[in-house]
Design a protein around this ligand. Structure first.
Ligand code: ADP
Ligand code: MG
Length: 243
């Protein structure tokens, strides 16, 4: 499980995350909501150590990171084995086929035998509905297909948590749907996930927990059901503005 305590991140004088204390339960999906510029990406990137907050503790399973101290490359490597980030721009390797994209990490980072990695990659491609695209190059895929490959690639690394930052924001609505369906399936299989999204109907369907942040402050931290039924005017206004 992931636990953050007293996490503070500044960019110059701008306090982007203000003393955040929260948890991201395992086998559940936590959705981070908030207006644009509220610190969602910064928070998510901190979980992958792409951002280094100035203060706070980060615990993931048996690993403990104290942000007030320098972070060793071993710690960074270990945290990144437990957390895989899926970006909004897919960032597949353009010069490699889909299958190659999927086996690259397992073979070179996890030192998995190539045959095993290929077998699992095929299974994962089936899982995301792209069995027929194994030999295609990323440039031959639609945005929705590319994002599903990116999700399959993250699953191939067997991270404890998959982190997704607005995974469908670059997609047309009909392509968005096919990606959201894959994420719902992964959610049903109890893959631990943290998702930043602006899609409220998706958030409602997929989230076990909602973390609502505004200007770097946590405004709500609790069950998704509680969030969507909230009488808090600020939360209601936010939900209305997004729906
Ligand atoms: P969100 O994802 O909720 O839109 P971000 O986490 O991207 O918000 O950004 C939160 C705040 O931090 C914004 O005010 C943004 O301008 C600022 N910020 C983000 N990244 C940087 C950076 N690399 N340098 C300076 N300011 C940044
Ligand atoms: Mg963002």
């Amino acid at each position: 499980m992931i636990e953050l305590t007293h996490l503070t991140k500044r960019f110059g004088d701008n306090v982007v995350l203000n003393d955040i204390c929260t948890t991201f339960p395992e086998q559940e999906t936590t959705v981070i909501l908030g207006p644009s510029g509220s610190g969602k990406s910064t928070l998510l990137r901190s979980l992958n150590l792409l951002e280094h907050p100035e203060e706070g503790q980060y615990q993931i399973d048996d690993l403990q990171v104290n942000f007030a101290e320098p972070i060793s490359s071993q710690t960074t490597f270990a945290v990144r084995q437990k957390t895989e980030m899926v970006f909004q721009g897919f960032n597949l390797f353009p010069h490699m086929t889909v299958l190659k994209n999927l086996i690259e990490g397992p073979v070179h980072v996890l030192k998995k035998p190539k045959a095993d990695a290929m077998a699992e990659a095929s299974t994962l491609l089936k899982h995301v509905g792209l069995a027929d695209k194994a030999d295609a190059y990323p440039s031959q895929l639609s945005g929705g297909q590319a994002q599903r490959v990116a999700i399959a690639r993250s699953l191939a690394m067997h991270p404890h948590y998959i982190l997704l930052d607005e995974p469908t924001s670059a997609l047309d609505p009909e392509l968005e749907l096919e990606v959201l369906k894959v994420l719902l399936t992964i959610h049903e299989q109890q893959q631990s996930m943290v998702i930043v999204t602006h899609n409220m109907s998706f958030a409602k369907r997929v989230a076990n927990k909602i973390l609502f942040i505004e200007n770097g402050d946590v405004q709500y931290d609790g069950s998704a059901a509680g969030f969507f039924a909230s009488e808090n005017p600020r939360i209601k206004r936010f939900i209305d503005s997004m729906s």
